[in-house]
Design a protein around this ligand. Structure first.
Ligand code: FAD
Ligand code: NAI
Length: 475
């Protein structure tokens, strides 16, 4: 006997659990299926984000940043510490408990919103009269039917050909978040978001970190000025980069790992490390979903094909988050989940791709929204720019963190903000003002005329907006 729902969500990551909650708020009878297991085999909803992504990485970034401050910067504040030690297993244990708090919080939220949670793998069985039948393979097998199905099965780390993840020496994001002791030499393949964040964690704790990147340039998605400033800061901190490499072999047979590659000059060289993080992007996860049973269309990269509204090729089947096109970000997945639930309810849910913020939680942090200077040039848009350094911001000086700047890009004629790019302290928080401004189609002058608290880092945002009109007050 199958259990009947209005909406079944497959996947309980930020895309799935948020879609389920929003659909329940809108009055639907909703089920959410998620297969993630905690170390005791119990449910651990929250997906990649909660279990092996956003949350645990930020926990380790916080711990390692505290350590770095204690080791190198407390002295500036007159604080002396003798015998500073780092207990890696305690740090990882704290990270695990932060993850568990989030897993438990999501289970509570699902219950509070009367979403039925099923722990197990959901797969399409067949199309039935007025909907779809979904099998759940878990501790107990279940069959669910629903008129609407939202697929939010997320993504997995991409492996290098011929170098499968063993999570002991060749690590995906999963293994990178539970290294038990600081490796003396850590290799990272890919200088993208994960490579920078994870490389920073282990570098701060004492590892010698070498990052090998295939592209000739650094962080090409970011504004060039920001990427240049960030690379300067990371290099000064001790991260080693090699660009334009071509990996030929990864050998983990011996003690450590030996990576063979051609460097930018075309010379064949090797890098010997104790552990290797491979962070070269992610692939959509449809393992076990059985899309063939209903004819759900995937593209050549394995992503579920959707239109601008997250509709798949099947009536009543929607897909959101990492398993579809667009940036692989938790907040993008959430926005799509909310929008789909609202569309199912006949409302006009909307996701504005032009104002999705990007944040990299390194030190300095990097954050941006909208177009970069190089994109505006390529698009032939006439623009003005304004930049303000944190060095001239009182709060940044008091914090002892004056790296970086805020940069505004505004339309040359209308002054509408086209992009805001930040490298520096708390960029992750500062970027929200820019997102709001762009959503409301604000001009740079609008931000320049708003009263910002003093002393605050947000004054750098105001000053960068003033700089667009060449009238900074403090620089
Ligand atoms: P996921 O979070 O991957 O969730 C999918 C869920 O579906 C999983 O629980 C999976 O087990 C389950 N599932 C899959 N198939 C089935 C099935 N057949 N049946 C039942 N369940 C199934 N993004 C940010 O915005 N900010 C960050 O700081 C950030 N940091 C990151 C750090 C790391 C190390 C990584 C790897 C990613 C990070 N991301 C970050 C990206 C973010 O984690 C993803 O964009 C986000 O988790 C995508 O959400 P999702 O719901 O689409 O998929
Ligand atoms: P990424 O796409 O950010 O970076 C991958 C890097 O690897 C690129 O620079 C690419 O040129 C390089 N690369 C690809 N193949 C290579 C090869 N064979 N050899 C050497 N270099 C190679 O992917 P990453 O870091 O794996 O992260 C995956 C996704 O997870 C991100 O795109 C992002 O969407 C999400 N994420 C978001 C975070 C955040 O928002 N703060 C944090 C971490 C991850």
């Amino acid at each position: 006997m199958s259990k009947q729902f209005d909406v079944v969500v497959i996947g309980g990551g930020p895309g799935g659990y948020i879609a389920a909650i929003r659909a329940a708020q809108l009055g639907f009878n909703v089920a959410c299926i998620d297969e993630w297991k905690n170390d005791k085999g119990g449910p651990a909803p929250g997906g990649t984000c909660t279990n092996v992504g956003c949350i645990p990485s930020k926990a380790l970034l916080q711990s390692s940043e505290h350590y770095e401050h204690a080791a190198h910067h407390f002295g500036d504040h007159g604080i002396t510490l003798n015998d500073l030690k780092m207990d890696v297993s305690k740090m990882v244990g704290r990270k695990n408990s932060v993850v568990k708090q989030n897993n438990d919080g999501i289970l509570y939220l699902l219950k509070k919103n009367k979403v039925s949670f099923f722990h197990g793998r959901g797969s399409f069985a067949k199309a039935v009269e007025g909907g779809y039948e979904i099998n759940v393979a878990g501790a107990a097998s279940e069959v669910l039917t629903a008129k609407h199905v939202i697929v939010a099965t997320g993504s997995n780390a991409r492996a290098l050909p011929g170098a499968a993840f063993d999570e002991e020496k060749i690590l995906s994001n999963d293994g990178a978040l539970r290294i038990g002791a600081v490796p003396a030499r850590l290799g990272v393949i890919g200088s993208g978001v994960i490579g920078l964040e994870m490389g920073s964690v282990w570098r701060r704790l004492g590892a010698e970190v070498t990052i090998l990147e295939a592209m000739p340039g650094f962080l090409t998605a970011a504004d060039e000025g920001v990427a240049k400033e960030a690379l300067k800061a990371f290099t000064k901190q001790g991260l080693k980069f090699e660009f334009g490499v071509k990996i030929s072999k990864v050998d983990a047979e011996g003690e450590g790992v030996v990576v063979s590659y051609a460097n930018a000059k075309g010379e064949e060289v090797t890098l010997a490390v104790d552990k290797l993080i491979v962070s070269i992007g992610r692939v959509a996860n449809t393992i076990g979903l059985n899309p063939e049973a209903v004819g759900l269309q995937l593209d050549e990269r394995g992503l579920i094909v959707v239109d601008a509204e997250c509709k798949t090729n099947l009536p009543g089947v929607w897909a959101v988050g990492d398993v579809v096109r667009g940036p692989m970000l938790a907040h993008k997945a959430e926005e799509e989940g909310v929008a789909v639930a609202e569309r199912i309810a006949g409302q006009h849910g909307h996701v504005n791709f032009a104002t999705i913020p990007w944040v990299i939680y390194t030190s300095p942090e990097i954050a941006w929204v909208g177009r970069t200077e190089q994109q505006l040039k390529a698009d032939g848009v006439a623009y003005k720019s304004g930049q303000f350094p944190f060095l001239a911001n009182g709060r940044a000086r008091a914090l002892g963190d004056t790296t970086g700047f805020v940069k505004f890009l505004a339309d040359a004629t209308t002054d509408e903000i086209l992009g805001v790019h930040i490298v520096g302290p708390m960029a992750s928080e500062l970027i929200s003002e820019a997102v709001v401004a762009m959503e409301f189609k604000a001009s740079a002058e609008d931000i320049a005329r708003i009263c910002h608290a003093h002393p605050s880092l947000s004054e750098a945002t105001k000053e960068a907006a003033l700089a667009v009109d060449k009238r900074t007050l403090n620089f």
